[in-house]
Design a protein around this ligand. Sequence first.
Ligand code: NAD
Length: 302
Amino acid sequence: MLTIDLQGKRALIAGVADDAGFGFAIAKALATAGASICVGTWPPALTILQNLLERGKMDASMQLSADRKMSFERIYPLDAGFDSLEDAPQELRENKRYKDRGDFSIRGLAAQLERDFGTPALDIVVHSLANGPEVKKPLLETSRKGYLEAVSVSAYSNIALVRELAPLMRPGGSFLSLTYMASERVIPGYGGGMSSAKAALESDTRTLAYEAGRRFGVRVNTISAGPLASRAASAIGLIERMVQYVKANAPLPRDFEAPDVGHAAAFLSSPLAAGITGTVVYVDNGFHAMGMAVEGPGTVGT
Ligand SMILES: NC(=O)c1ccc[n+]([C@@H]2O[C@H](COP(=O)([O-])OP(=O)(O)OC[C@H]3O[C@@H](n4cnc5c(N)ncnc54)[C@H](O)[C@@H]3O)[C@@H](O)[C@H]2O)c1
């Protein structure tokens, strides 16, 4: 039988702070396939995640099967807006959510992984994070600062992750990120330069696949996911409408769920996908293929 076997492999998933988002669903799928899971969590969300875990609030979702439960091998503080600790403003470093977290930068993460596991010790890296402080503003009204912040945290961070972590990867290593169709089609309400950040992320996927493929032998892909009511997406404010719209108009009128992305991510991160790099893979019930809204209920047979 052809199976996704990730036993003996270690994954780092950047952007897990609860059990509602794509990062967690990917962690679960990779763990089910046998990988050990480390996560990188934004310092302002780290205490919340630790509390959820300690108080058993995530026990049910950490269950992989009747007799297997997921555990995180390490939880690292990570603010993907900074390549090195020196880049972080003094005020932020002294903030109570940051000051006892050590080096929370991308370089700090790489150094800590190397101290914990040596080199090479990593097989899979997933970038599942985004932030645009002005996401609720139309692009026309987005400030230069807000736009650059969205692109910095949501797209440049992926370049920095590849640069810093590729040297720690074992042969056949895989990088994966999460993008959204707003990069190529207009999604009213997805503002603040977030659409631009996703376009950059997708373009960079191709260039990084070439550059890091030649230099380190790693693969770089991105999944364009359908809408999901995660914590980040709920903050944008229009997620329920997007979920409904996609359900009504996608080729597959089934519910779109986070494990759909988790399973695709497990495949793309596995040796079965050894020949796949530089791609945008749509996991959205096929919604991206539509050029016209469906009239009436989008049920099978219509
Ligand atoms: N939810 C959707 O509808 C949807 C659709 C397509 C793509 N995506 C993408 O999926 C990815 C995961 O998002 P999600 O929707 O699962 O929500 P989520 O809330 O589970 O994940 C976003 C994560 O980003 C983290 N984050 C924010 N700023 C950060 C920073 N500076 N440094 C480190 N981490 C930071 C948050 O703490 C959070 O854990 C994002 O790239 C998002 O754009 C989401």
